[in-house]
Design a protein. Structure first.
Length: 142
């Protein structure tokens, strides 16, 4: 009987040590399916060609993409750290193709509906969106 109890405890400890910490719903890789920048009156994929993926993991994010608007062709890439709580995401850019954005802190409002992530930015210090904000919609890559 003691052997059965001992083996049961060992098995429970093994199973317990294999349990993974619950991931944040934002974690994973996401593919851009819609984009409306704040700066221009065009949308992806209608008038803007290209694509982008974004990955979130353990407090870090990275993105890479390529866009074509009229005759302008641009690579888009960057990475940084993030804090995500509720629908609020605060990011600090550590790397960016636009060097003036490196080191900046930005606030994004993010909504996750099943396998769809909707990101709106920029939010101000009160987490409010102004009249002119951008929207990015992603689907989870499986």
């Amino acid at each position: 009987m003691k052997k059965i109890i001992f083996l049961s405890l060992i098995i429970a400890m093994i199973i317990g040590s294999c349990a993974q910490e619950k991931k944040s719903p934002i974690e994973g890789t996401w593919q851009l399916v819609y984009y409306k920048p704040a700066s221009i009156d065009k949308t992806f994929p209608a008038e803007i060609k290209g694509g982008q993926i974004k990955t979130w993991s353990n407090g870090y994010f990275t993105f890479v993409g390529h866009f074509e608007v009229d005759t302008i062709i641009a690579d888009n890439y960057g990475a940084g750290t993030y804090k995500f709580e509720g629908n609020r995401c605060e990011v600090i850019r550590l790397y960016h193709q636009n060097k003036s954005l490196v080191g900046q802190t930005n606030r994004w409002l993010i909504e996750i509906r099943n396998d769809t992530l909707i990101q709106k930015q920029p939010a101000d210090e009160n987490w409010s969106l102004g009249e002119n904000y951008g929207t990015e919609v992603y689907v989870r890559v499986k």
